[in-house]
Design a protein around this ligand. Sequence first.
Ligand SMILES: Cc1cc2nc3c(=O)[nH]c(=O)nc-3n(C[C@H](O)[C@H](O)[C@H](O)COP(=O)(O)O)c2cc1C
Length: 197
Amino acid sequence: MSRRFLFVLGSARTEGNTELLAHAAAEQLPADVEQRWIRLADHPLPDFVDLRHASDHVRPPADSATGLLLEATLAATDIVIASPLYWYSVSGLTKRYLDHWSGWLRVPGIDFRATLAGRTLWGIAALADKEPSVADPYAGTLNNSAAYMGMRFGGVLLGNGSGPGDVLKDTDALTRAKTFFAQDAPLARFPYQDQAA
Ligand SMILES: Cc1cc2nc3c(=O)[nH]c(=O)nc-3n(C[C@H](O)[C@H](O)[C@H](O)COP(=O)(O)O)c2cc1C
């Protein structure tokens, strides 16, 4: 199956560091790999309302932000969460997108979890802090989400920067970007599964 990458941009500003780093990584993808880029700020999702146990679930209309993001997610073999580090985790825009996955798990006819199982989740994040370990909660959120969905997880590409464009001075991050998507992406496991092994 030819690969189709969906870049989900979660910054609250355009052309910020995360987006620049994501482009540096995407430049290395082979030409036959499809790329789709969606800025969550351009397609505001409604607040997630938890109707999981309360109502019939319908597929959101294709002309809504929710429908657009659902269709794009279903079509992707690789989902790249490109969110800056906000309060040590993903941005609010990104978290809202992930919250909608919980609703999509109940939409009849799409078998959201089975469709995403075996596909790959990746993370790309800019952060102001120079110490990468402060982003562990971010990596944990994505790893565990991938494990829950039966997805592969390719890890998180981090780059340092505060003001827009700063990440271009992080030459180590730009070097890591060159090979990021070439890395092996094993099936994600919860940390307790590794401890038990
Ligand atoms: C709401 C908010 C929360 C942030 N939280 C953190 C944080 O927890 N740790 C950190 O190192 N940087 C934090 N930052 C700084 C951003 O991660 C940094 O400016 C990054 O370069 C922004 O990426 P962008 O240009 O792609 O938007 C925060 C910035 C904002 C606006």
